[in-house]
Structure formats: structure tokens, C-alpha cells
Write a protein of this length. Structure first.
Lengths: 652, 334, 276
């Protein structure tokens, strides 16, 4: 059977294959009302079949687009698969996007049918309905709160399913015939990139461009039907689609949907996934939580933790990489594994993780080492929405914190003279939807894709990414300035949630800091420092001192690197509000939009470089309910100690 | 949150060293040492059983029940005298029935009229109940020393004779008492943690008003909890009566439960058990091994350590950890 | 499909199509209550209809909480009657009121601090548990089944209130807004006919208030529960309730729809005009 699975060229074909081959094995699980409910591959395929029949009856045709808005739920995945069965194209949208952000994709793709998880999503779609005349019907899963909604255009999923089953009875082989019409070159899905600048673009992927790389990567990591993954990231993000759909369909493993976004930690522990993906931000949050808990623990536990984490830092990574380590250290590590690392992995829900990936942005080396040192095989990969994630992957035993590994088999890489990475891969997207100009800008006639990322090959042929090409700059004296690199270094400190560094064309580097309210709040509580919310906490001199010491340590570290010694941070201020995607300061994947922030807070940047001791700001803020208001605050500007470059000292 | 691990750790370390000292300095033969230890544990089990009654009532109604000792005496007297007429098992059942009846009467005549009164008033009321029970027990059952026969041989059994010189002497009924105590504690734990009634009891313990608002009748809960404390008293009374004979002094010795609950925490069932064992072992050890040291070093008479040791220990704990070893520190968010 | 897309119908205004308001299920008739010489309530009468959301408002010390406590059986009025489901009640105790189907939440939290969220809400099922003590203890067949049935109800409430992440968390560790939700959950677990909410939004921030409003509306909507609430936030009261009773110094000075009350001069003088 495995022989012919390689020939199956579309997702629906793969789905039906698993339903036939491992019909009673779990395909998808969801925790509902406190209990894990399981759909087997056969049940799942059956539901997909019914939904496809119903969608066809609603008028969904080959090549048309279908929007999906919601969290990871079996019904969302079933609907997505059903859409693909009909040869139509699912367009997953970010469930935390505000209504206005949803209007463009729906207009752009001329979407007539949509799936919405619950009232919240239905409300958003109803809000933009007047701007989207093509939108005809909204299928919703959870009816709560919508009892009295006029249901002219709303259709409950349950009813859809009933209609679908009736349709299936009338024509049992309908979906089978539709699936057979599809081929690998058809469009499989469209993902809208939020993009750090400009309007969102629909990235069109074919079945072939999603299945190809998924297959190669699954073989590389020996994934099979026994693996388990927790689907907790937004379905609209291509990574989530690759890990929880494409690779699951290729390898036949089980996807688990958490009970709610708040229960992910608990669900992780219960499920014990074997395959795991987390963007650095999530790993950072987990580590912050661990650190906070350790600070509250009894002195004995704190002592054990510190003692054994030192050992892990020293030898843990080497042991995982299979490098030679002295017997004494192995014994110490073994003891640590029983006392600290094992329980820690268990708390994190990573006891069974055989391979974990992180990507999306550069990860702080210390953060990365932390997970590897406690025995979790965390690796980095490099890719993007346009390249279906897998461009570079670190093979086992060749894992480094500062590179993303060599090219995945079948992928070609090179760097332009401007240090830009260009890629040719079977996973390359076909085009930006209805945007040939944008497509031409990044994809040339020979099929090379311009990633926009700057970097180089290291001595072993591993790719090292420093930053976006457009963001890498230089200080006034020509010193290399890689803001992302600096920000990551700052963000490794659990007290710093977000940092924005400035310096291009300037004589020195300055930074905005967002404190982490949890970590700093906890720190303040332990010092009996009373505060009345984020702003108050952020403006405390004690907090500034704390942050200052973090920045100083970053500087000390930078001074050791001859290339980066010149970009030490001279001054910083602690921002009056948390940077927020709703205010456009972060992308939906929570990347800092540095240029936007520089413009929005021009006044603050000027103050940093103007030598002022403090600056007053009035800022517009948008609350979660959509209202906006103004916030006024005096921000203090702090100088930081810088260090003489190590190389210079040695020379002298 | 203020961390107070250090003084507690020091106190526990001192106790541990004190415990190990007789052995380490060869002041005692290991066999004898273990006998003293077991004797202490045995007394500890008795303290634990009485303390358990205190904790149950305190947890569920916030009342510090001074009458617990008197209840033990009354239960022991009832069982002992009834057992003269009927088989022991029937006497036990009748004893339990009497204690449940007592619970109903106490709720009707004492607790219900005094509901919503200050804690001191209720404390005084239980003191009254205590004196009443002491006297009433003698009125009904007589004031001699009675015995409860569990049917086990009183002759001590020697074990581990080949390991220690002279072996270790233990009593069968001591072992039986320990087993009964363990079973009782397990049953109580299941009752409190796993049953809806147990949940209701915990609810009442936390917040009377809220418990009533969800339909839990306070009066019934009080009857239940006093009945449970009554059953515990029956068990404690029997164990004690079988060992020392049923007599008035039971009611006095039961006051040792006070330092036990201070040590273990007023609201903790495991605290009552462990506190009882610590006090039982501690005072026996102090009596046997510390006494002679005091005689030699300070030329004191050296007796009576058993009488004050528990209270001094409790006092020390009050200083370093007022909520006891296992007591709940109320977690409040400001 | 028609060429011209049909417009989406706007959500109907509250009260128009939402629920069918039923018969009177609670009537308060001429109730007077005093503590010592202090009159807390004098001659207050109003009624509550099935499925409606009824608010009691008034300045501090107007007797709102006393009124709730009378309905709930904490206080027994010296004069007047309270009729619930048509039957007059005299001197009904709190736990008896609960057994009749009246649940409440508390202004200052009164959760069972020693228990986790799950157990707190489970206590709300206490009245409905029938198995004997012994059967419960040994988890004898029917008792086990009963426990599971009640657990299923509680799980639906946990899902409804979106507190799945905190099942095993001791309630004392939860932030205030979540504790309020657990309090509501415990009351809901009783499946009450009448739900009394004592300042459900007190001390909450805007976002928590919105969440709580949504929960109250959904409770009313999904379960058809009749709700009587006391609230200080006038915006909340006007948005949520079908009818409002206004108390001042223990006397009723207004009664009607939010619109009527807002335009009632006596009310404006006593309350609306002064503060807020």
C-alpha cells in the first residue's frame, strides 16, 4: 500500500487512502466537555464526503474559493477537506483578525460561501457582508448566542451535514467522481500573507507544491501514522496547514484539537504530542512561565533547578547531538533527567516529542539551547508561505542555534550579491492571486524565488539568516546594524516582551522596550512593589533599572563580537503601552513592524536621539471592543553602559 | 508572600537530631530504642484519633469543640458498659447510635440556638457540653474503671529477636489499634474527597452563606459532622479503653489533642495524624532519654516531661508557623 | 440565486423577537423589612415574569441587597408576602429557597476557597444528588452513574462560561473576573428557575464586563432562565434588562422598561441625575 501512496497527488485522494487503509485509526481528536473525542479516518472521510455533497448542492463549484474562519476544530478541517474534494479552494482566514481585515480576502477571491466557527466569527462576517456582495451563505458550527439571528443566510453545520447525508444517499459515488477529477497541478489552498507592509496577498498553492515538500520532510524525520500533533496555531497560517493537514495526510498521523486556546498547556500534557511545532514566541512564553514558577518554588527546588540547569547547559546539547561527553557528566545529566529535566519536559507536555521545530523568526540562542539541553530535540527550519515552509531543515546531529540548516533535498539555494537568499523549490507557490505584478517581483522566469531575507552560508554550508534584506542597515560610520538580531538578544530576558531597535544611518543604536507584564509584575510583587496596571508598572524607576541591567548585559555580549560590537545599545525607553497587532504595530504572527512603529512614534525616536531626559506622549489606543481612546504618559529615557570591543582591548 | 521555610526547617532538624541522638551516642540499645519509638507511635495514634474529631468539627463549623475528650470518654463508657450485656459488635453499633443521637441533641439544643454567635460563645458552649458529658456519663454508666475486651491476647509478642539483643516486645492490640486507625482515616479521606456529602461539608466549612444559597441545609451538615466526630470518638474510646481501661482520665488525656492540632494545623486531616504521631513519639523519647540527661546535668528530678513536652513543642510551632504543618494558608488575591 | 443579493437583515433589537416573556413567577407584595429601628424596605411591591431580565437599581443604601436577600430567604420580612410560582412563602430559609429553584451569586465573592473550580460548580448539583451516603462513598453503580451525569452538566457549564483551562485550579488563585464566572457557574449548576445576581459586574474592567453581559444574556437566552439583578453600572442595566425597579430609601420610586425609568422624573432626581 505504501508503494502507491507516493503516487496520490491530491489531499482528497490521500484522505480516502487513509480511510481505506487505516479506517479505524484515529485521524483527529478534539477535547470537548472535558473528554477527548476521536474521529477515525473512516468517520472523518465519511463526514467530509457528506459535507462535500452538501456544499456542492449549495453551489460550490470547481475552482471557486471558500473562506474558513475559526480555531482548530475537526469540523473546520472536515469542511476544508470537503472543499478540496470538490476541486474548490479553501481560504483559511486568521480567526483573531478584525472584521475589516477579513473584507479584502473575501472580496479579492470573490467568495460566496464561508465557514465560521461561532458567533464571534459570524458577527464579523455579517459586519463586512455589505462590502462583500458576493458572499451568499455562512455555515456556522457552534450555534450559541445565535438563536435569534435571522437565518436567511446562516446555515448551521448540523443542518448542512443532514443535507449532505441525504445527498450522499441519492448519489453515493458523487464525491468519489469529483475527487478523481482532481490532479496535483490544481490549486489546493490559498493563504493570505499579512505582510509587514502593504496589502495582503493571496498565496496560491497547488496540491503538488504542498504535498511534495511535506513528503520529503516527513521522510527526513521518519514521521509515520503513529505520530501525534497538537493543532494549536491559527489554521490560516501555512505552517499550521503543513503540520496539521499536509503532513498528517502524507504520513497518516493523528491531529489533536485543544479544548480552547487557553487550555493548550493542559492539552499538551494530556496528549503528549510526538511531533511539535512552536514559533519562538511560544517557546519564549513557556520558558517565562517555567522561570516564574521556579522563582516561586521552595528553596530546595530552586537550588536543584539551578544546579542541574547548569549541568544541562554544559552537556545537555552535546548528549542530544551524540557527541562525546565524559562518563561523570553523563551520570550527572542522568540524575538531572530524573530530578529536573524529565519532570520539566512533562510539565511542558513534551515528554514524547521526538522532533520539534521552531521557525518564523530567528530564535534567541539561549532560548533554543534551553530546550535542547533538557533533552527536547528542537530544531530549526527555514521557509515561508510562498515556499510551503520547508526550504532548510536542520538534520539530527547538525543542530545549531544560529543557522537554519542546509537545503531540504530537492531545493536549490543561492545568495545574491546583496546577501539576499533566493530559492528554487518544488514547494514554490504558483502565484499571488490576481496580482501578476507582485508575483513577478519575487519569482523570476527561471523559477527562483526572492525571499527578501539576508544571510550567508557558513563554513558547513548551513544557511545563516541575519535579518530582512531591507532591514539590515548600517550606522552612520558604516558599522553593520542588524536590528532583529539585537532585538532577539534583548527579548531573551524574560522581563522584556518586545524590543524595537533603531540605528540605521544614526551614530548609535537606541531601543524601545516593552516589558513583559507577567514576568515584571511577578518580580514587582516579590519586592512588594505596588502598581496599578501596565503603564504604572512600566514607568517605575525600579523597573527601568531592571531593564537597564538586561540591556547592559546584551551590550557586554555584543562587545565580544567584533562585527557587532559597534551596535551596542546606548539609550532606551520603556513604552507606555504593549505593542499590539490590532494597532498595526505587530503583524498577525506578532512580528514587530519596525518601520510603522518608527513613524507612529517619531516623537519618541527623536527624543532618544535628541538627548532629552524624558518625553511626553499622547497616543491613540484601540480597545478590544473596537472603541478607541487616548492615553497620555511621560516616558523617561535611560542611558546604558557600553563596553569597549573585546578585539580592541586585546589589540591594545 | 513571606517565606518562612528556614525556621521551620531548623525546628524540624533539631527534632530529627534529638530523635537520632540516643542511638548515635549509644545511650540506648537499638532494641530498646525501637520499643520506645513504637510505644510513642502507639500513644500518637490515640492522640491522632482525638485530634481528628477536633479537626472534623472545626473544618465544617468553625467551632473548636472542647467536648471532644468528653465524647471519647462517653463513647468508651457506653461501649464498655453495653458490652457487658451484648456482644462487642452490637455494643459498638449501639455506641455509634448513641453518639449520633448525641449529635442530634447537641445540634438542636446548643448549635441551632447559638447560630451566628461569636466563636467564643460557641467555644464556651462546647465547654459546657464537655462538663455535662463527663458528669452525665458517670450518672448513667457509673464511675468505676471498666474494661473493653477486644478479644486479643494481652501478652506481648517478641519480634526480631535474632536482630536485636532481647528482641522487640509489641502488643497485638496495639497493632490492631493502629490498623483500625489507618482504616478510619482512609474512610474519612474518601468520605471528604469523593462523595457529594463530603463536598457539601467542605462547602459549609468554606462559606456558610454560599453553602446555604445552593441548598445545603446547615443544620443537617452539623448533625452529620458531629455524628462523624462521634464515630471517631467511639473508635478512639475503644482503642484507648482497651489499652488503659475506661476511666475518667481519658477525658483529661484527650486534651493532648490541643497541641496536636496546633502542630498539624486546625483544618488538616493529615496534619492531625502526623501531628499526633510526632507528639506521641516526641514525648516518649523525651521522657525516656532526655529525663536522665536532665537528672545528671542539672540534678533535677527529671520526671513529668511527658506532661509538658507536647505543649512546649506546640508553643514553638505557634511562633514559627502559626497555621501548623499542614494548615491552609488562605490564598488571597488583592 | 437572484442577481441582486438580498441584504442581510440587521439583528433585531432586544425584546422584539428574542424571547417570549411568560407569566409572573415571582411577586413581591407590600414587603417591609426593618433592622431594629432602621427601615430597610417599606411596602415594596413588584413582580417578575418568566424569562425576563429584571433589574433592581437605586443609590447606595436604597435597599437593593435587602430586597435580594428577602427573595433569597436570608431575611424574613416583617410585613408583606413573597409569592414564588404562585405559592406564598413565609419564613422560607435560604436552603429551602434554593430547593424551590432560586439560585444566586454574591457581590463580594463567596466561593468555596478550599476547592477547585470543578468542585465549586459541582456543589451546585448537591440538591439534585439522590444516592445515599454509603453508595456515594463506595461509588456504587447508580451513585457512580449519577456523579457522571452531574459531571456532564457541570462540563457543559464550564464550556459555556469558557473556563475549561481552570477546572483543577483552586478558585482562590483565579483572577477576580474569573472567580465571578465560577460564582455564576455554581448558581447555574442548580438549573434554577430564578437567578439572582448581586452586582455581577462590580469591580470589573470594561472587557470583563462585556464578557459577563454576554454570559448573562446567553443564560437568559439559551436556558430561558429568569434573572433578577442588582447593578450599579447604568449602561449595563439599560442594555440588559427588560424591566427595571428603582428603589430609594427602601421605597419603590419607579418601575418599568429602561426607557420609562430613564424618563421618570422621580428616578432622575433620586438617582440618574445625581451620580453616574
Amino acid at each position: 500500500m505504501t508503494a502507491d501512496i507516493g503516487k496520490l497527488d491530491t489531499f482528497p485522494k490521500l484522505l480516502m487512502h487513509h480511510a481505506a487503509v487505516r479506517g479505524s485509526a484515529p485521524a483527529i481528536r478534539e477535547k470537548d466537555l472535558g473528554i477527548w473525542q476521536t474521529w477515525t479516518w473512516r468517520q472523518f472521510a465519511d463526514e467530509v464526503n457528506a459535507v462535500a455533497c452538501a456544499l456542492a448542492a449549495l453551489g460550490l463549484r470547481r475552482g471557486e474559493h471558500f473562506a474558513l474562519v475559526g480555531d482548530n476544530r475537526p469540523r473546520l478541517y472536515a469542511t476544508m477537506a470537503a472543499v478540496q474534494c470538490l476541486g474548490a479552494i479553501p481560504v483559511p482566514l486568521y480567526q483573531d483578525a478584525i472584521a475589516a481585515e477579513m473584507a479584502y480576502p473575501i472580496q479579492n477571491a470573490g467568495i460566496a460561501l464561508a465557514f465560521a466557527e461561532d458567533q464571534e466569527q459570524v458577527d464579523k462576517l455579517l459586519e463586512i457582508a455589505p462590502q462583500c456582495p458576493a458572499l451568499q451563505r455562512i455555515i456556522y458550527d457552534d450555534p450559541r448566542g445565535m438563536r435569534h439571528y435571522p437565518h436567511e443566510r446562516l446555515l448551521p453545520y448540523d443542518k448542512l451535514l443532514v443535507q449532505g447525508r441525504e445527498g450522499m444517499q441519492r448519489d453515493p459515488s458523487f464525491v468519489e467522481r469529483e475527487i478523481a477529477k482532481g490532479s496535483g497541478g490544481d490549486t489546493a489552498a490559498m493563504f493570505f500573507t499579512s505582510g509587514t507592509t502593504g496589502v495582503a496577498k493571496g498565496v496560491v498553492h497547488t496540491h503538488a507544491s504542498l504535498i511534495g515538500p511535506s513528503r520529503v520532510a516527513a521522510e527526513l524525520d521518519r514521521l509515520d501514522a503513529n505520530d501525534v500533533i497538537l493543532a494549536y496555531l491559527p489554521p490560516a497560517w501555512i505552517g499550521q496547514n503543513i503540520f496539521s493537514c499536509a503532513q498528517a495526510y502524507v504520513a497518516g498521523y493523528c491531529i489533536c484539537c485543544p479544548e480552547s486556546s487557553e487550555t493548550v498547556m493542559i492539552d499538551m500534557r494530556e496528549i503528549g504530542p510526538t511531533y511539535y511545532f512552536a514559533p519562538p514566541r511560544v517557546l519564549e512564553n513557556l520558558l517565562t512561565q517555567v522561570s516564574i514558577r521556579m522563582e516561586d518554588a521552595s528553596p530546595l527546588k530552586r537550588w536543584l533547578y539551578r544546579r542541574f540547569m547548569d549541568i544541562a547547559q554544559r552537556v545537555g546539547g552535546a548528549i542530544l547531538d551524540g557527541k562525546p561527553v565524559s562518563t561523570m557528566d553523563r551520570l550527572r545529566y542522568g540524575l538531572g533527567d530524573v530530578l529536573v529535566y524529565g519532570p520539566l519536559r512533562n510539565v511542558l507536555g513534551m515528554s514524547r516529542v521526538k522532533v520539534g521545530y521552531t521557525a518564523g523568526e530567528a530564535i534567541g540562542p539561549d532560548l533554543f539551547k534551553f530546550y535542547r539541553s533538557i533533552g527536547i530535540n528542537l530544531k530549526q527550519l527555514y521557509g515561508s508561505t510562498e515556499t510551503a515552509v520547508f526550504v532548510c531543515v536542520q538534520p539530527d546531529g547538525q543542530v545549531r542555534p544560529d543557522t537554519v540548516g542546509p537545503a531540504v533535498p530537492g531545493v536549490e539555494l543561492r545568495f545574491t550579491p546583496e546577501r539576499e537568499l533566493v530559492v528554487r523549490t518544488p514547494g514554490l507557490f504558483r502565484e499571488y492571486y490576481k496580482n501578476p505584478q507582485a508575483t513577478a517581483e519575487v519569482k523570476d522566469a527561471q523559477g527562483w524565488f526572492h525571499t527578501g531575507d539576508a544571510g550567508y552560508f557558513d563554513a558547513d554550508g548551513h544557511v545563516k539568516i541575519i535579518d530582512r534584506v531591507k532591514d539590515v542597515g548600517s550606522l552612520a560610520d558604516g558599522t553593520l546594524f542588524a536590528p532583529k538580531y539585537l532585538e532577539n538578544k534583548l527579548k531573551f530576558y524574560s522581563y522584556i516582551r518586545e524590543a524595537v531597535c533603531f540605528g540605521h544611518g544614526r551614530r548609535e543604536v537606541c531601543a524601545f522596550i516593552n516589558i513583559d507584564p507577567d514576568a515584571v509584575g511577578n518580580w514587582a510583587e516579590r519586592r512588594s512593589l505596588a502598581y496599578a496596571g501596565y503603564l504604572d508598572l512600566a514607568s517605575r524607576p525600579e523597573v527601568a533599572e531592571l531593564i537597564g541591567s538586561c540591556v547592559e548585559r546584551v551590550n557586554a555580549d555584543l562587545a565580544r563580537d567584533p562585527q557587532l560590537a559597534g551596535s551596542q545599545i546606548h539609550r532606551f525607553l520603556v513604552l507606555h503601552k504593549e505593542l499590539d497587532a490590532d494597532d498595526g504595530e505587530l503583524t498577525r504572527t506578532r512580528k514587530v513592524r519596525r518601520r510603522f512603529i518608527a513613524e507612529k512614534y517619531q516623537q519618541l525616536v527623536d527624543a532618544l536621539y535628541g538627548g532629552a531626559a524624558s518625553v511626553h506622549i499622547e497616543a491613540q489606543v484601540r480597545y478590544e471592543d473596537g472603541r478607541s481612546g487616548t492615553l497620555g504618559a511621560d516616558l523617561k529615557i535611560h542611558d546604558v553602559k557600553t563596553f569597549v570591543p573585546a578585539a580592541a582591548t586585546q589589540a591594545a | 508572600m513571606k517565606q518562612r521555610y528556614l525556621p521551620v526547617a531548623i525546628l524540624i532538624a533539631v527534632l530529627a537530631v534529638g530523635l537520632a541522638l540516643p542511638l548515635a551516642t549509644n545511650a540506648s540499645a537499638p532494641g530498646f530504642y525501637i520499643e520506645v519509638l513504637l510505644g510513642g507511635l502507639m500513644a500518637g495514634v490515640l492522640y491522632s484519633l482525638v485530634a481528628l474529631g477536633f479537626v472534623l468539627i472545626f473544618k465544617a463549623s468553625g467551632v473548636f469543640n472542647f467536648a471532644q475528650g468528653a465524647m471519647v470518654l462517653f463513647a468508651a463508657l457506653s461501649v464498655a458498659r453495653i458490652a457487658e450485656q451484648v456482644p462487642l459488635w452490637a455494643a459498638v453499633l449501639l455506641g455509634i447510635a448513641i453518639m449520633v443521637l448525641l449529635a442530634v441533641v447537641v445540634e438542636r439544643l446548643v448549635l441551632r440556638p447559638l447560630v451566628n454567635q461569636e466563636g467564643v460563645v460557641l467555644l464556651m458552649a462546647t465547654l459546657g457540653v464537655s462538663y455535662f458529658l463527663d458528669g452525665f456519663g458517670q450518672t448513667v454508666w457509673g464511675s468505676d474503671i471498666y474494661s473493653i475486651e477486644l478479644g486479643l491476647s494481652k501478652a506481648p509478642v517478641m519480634i526480631l529477636g535474632d536482630l536485636f539483643k532481647g528482641g522487640i516486645l509489641i502488643n497485638k492490640d496495639d497493632v490492631a489499634a493502629a490498623v483500625v486507625a489507618v482504616l478510619l482515616v482512609a474512610a474519612l479521606a474518601v468520605f471528604f474527597q469523593k462523595t457529594a456529602t463530603g463536598r457539601a461539608l467542605r462547602a459549609v466549612a468554606d462559606d456558610h452563606q454560599a453553602a446555604q444559597s445552593i441548598g445545603i441545609p446547615l443544620n443537617r451538615i452539623w448533625v452529620i459532622v458531629w455524628s462523624v466526630a462521634g464515630v471517631v470518638a467511639v473508635v478512639a474510646g475503644m482503642v484507648w479503653g482497651a489499652k488503659l481501661g475506661v476511666q475518667f482520665s481519658i477525658s483529661q488525656v484527650a486534651l493532648k489533642a490541643l497541641p496536636v492540632v496546633i502542630l498539624g494545623g486546625f483544618t488538616s486531616i493529615p496534619g492531625a495524624i502526623i501531628g499526633g504521631l510526632i507528639i506521641g513519639v516526641g514525648e516518649k523519647m523525651a521522657e525516656v532519654f532526655l529525663g536522665p540527661v536532665l537528672v545528671r546535668a542539672f540534678d533535677l528530678a527529671g520526671g513529668g516531661i511527658e506532661n509538658w513536652f507536647a505543649y512546649v513543642l506546640a508553643l514553638l510551632f505557634l511562633l514559627v508557623r502559626p497555621e501548623g504543618l499542614f494548615g491552609e494558608r488562605i490564598i488571597d488575591r488583592v | 440565486m437572484s442577481a441582486q443579493p438580498r441584504p442581510f437583515v440587521e439583528e433585531a433589537p432586544r425584546g422584539a423577537t428574542r424571547r417570549v416573556i411568560g407569566e409572573v413567577i415571582l411577586s413581591v407584595e407590600g414587603v417591609s423589612l426593618s433592622f431594629g429601628g432602621v427601615k430597610a424596605l417599606s411596602e415594596v411591591s413588584f413582580d417578575v415574569r418568566e424569562h425576563e431580565i429584571r433589574a433592581i437599581i437605586g443609590p447606595n443604601g436604597a435597599g437593593k441587597s435587602s430586597m435580594l436577600n428577602v427573595i433569597n430567604g436570608v431575611y424574613h420580612p416583617q410585613k408583606g408576602t413573597v409569592r414564588f410560582l404562585g405559592r406564598p412563602r413565609q419564613d422560607v430559609d435560604t436552603h429551602e429557597a434554593a430547593a424551590q429553584g432560586i439560585a444566586r451569586t454574591f457581590q463580594s465573592l463567596a466561593l468555596f476557597k478550599g476547592m477547585n473550580v470543578l468542585d465549586n460548580i459541582m456543589t451546585g448539583r448537591n440538591l439534585r444528588m439522590k444516592a445515599s451516603l454509603l453508595a456515594q462513598a463506595i461509588r456504587f453503580g447508580p451513585a457512580e452513574r449519577e456523579e457522571l451525569e452531574h459531571r456532564a452538566v457541570v462540563e457543559r457549564i464550564i464550556d459555556f462560561l469558557e473556563i475549561q483551562a481552570y477546572r483543577r485550579t483552586p478558585v482562590g488563585r483565579l483572577p477576580y473576573g474569573l472567580q465571578k464566572r465560577v460564582d455564576l457557574g455554581r448558581a447555574l449548576a442548580m438549573e434554577p428557575r430564578l437567578l439572582l445576581l448581586d452586582e455581577p459586574m462590580a469591580g470589573m474592567n470594561v472587557e470583563e464586563k462585556q464578557d459577563m453581559c454576554r454570559f448573562i444574556l446567553d443564560v437568559n437566552d439559551e436556558f430561558g432562565t429568569t434573572i433578577v439583578l442588582i447593578e450599579h453600572d447604568m449602561g449595563v442595566v439599560m442594555d440588559l434588562s427588560d424591566r427595571v425597579v428603582v428603589l430609594d430609601y427602601g421605597k419603590k420610586i419607579g418601575d418599568g422598561t429602561p426607557e420609562e425609568v430613564r424618563n421618570n422624573p422621580a428616578v432622575v432626581d433620586a438617582y440618574l441625575g445625581v451620580s453616574h
